[in-house]
Design a protein around this ligand. Structure first.
Ligand SMILES: [Zn+2]
Length: 91
């Protein structure tokens, strides 16, 4: 058991994602590159680390989103995601 690793679900990353994306990112649908499973960002498994945040597929543990926040900018690695679908909404 490692107290430095905090595991939650993707909804807990909603506040952080909202600082980067101007829409409700937790409702967006992500397709996993590893197993093809489609899940909303809110359904992913969230791992918080000292260096950043990782959102993993609940089916196969592939890291779909990695977010690091360094010196005033966010860096996103979305390489584990083959598709991201965002529903159109009226702003
Ligand atoms: Zn997967």
């Amino acid at each position: 058991m490692n107290d430095n690793n905090l595991r939650l679900d993707g909804n807990a990353a909603g506040g952080l994602l909202n600082e980067i994306f101007p829409f409700e990112m937790t409702a967006a649908q992500a397709t996993c590159e590893g197993c093809g499973q489609i899940s909303s960002i809110g359904e992913l498994m969230l791992y918080g680390h000292g260096m950043g945040t990782i959102l993993r597929c609940a089916g196969c543990d592939t890291a779909l989103i990695r977010i690091t926040h360094i010196r005033g900018s966010y860096r996103l690695d979305l390489s584990g995601m083959s598709c991201l679908r965002v529903a159109e909404e009226v702003h």
